[in-house]
Design a protein around this ligand. Sequence first.
Ligand code: CO
Length: 139
Amino acid sequence: MIGKLNHVGVATPSIDASVKMYKEMLGATSVTEKWAMPEQGVWVCFVNLPNSQIELIEPYGEASPIHGFLAKNPKGGQHHICFEVEDIIAARDDMKAKGATVLGEPRIGAHGTPVIFIHPKDMGGMLVELMETPKGDAH
Ligand code: CO
């Protein structure tokens, strides 16, 4: 059921500083504007790579779920990894049937399609996001 690697989620205390690093240190040429996702408690921006994306996430608001991560990793770091799936409900039910801890119900993610998160304890220590492949779009 696992599909393409869609993106690697990277938490940062400053998207602006991270974008500068990706552009000036690594030569990234395609970076989206950042936008707020208040329901998720994050600012988001994507660095487009030839085969994937880096999702930069910065806390939005006091209740942001990534404050805890940044308290432990003040410079930021890899936060989650996102794989595409065909059907988010089928993926959720399959994960639950296999005993994994699914965090919350499917909600609309940064690509406009539903996503779920699987607890790192069931995923070899990584927070895993499963995202429904956008319809009619190769990426
Ligand atoms: Co993500």
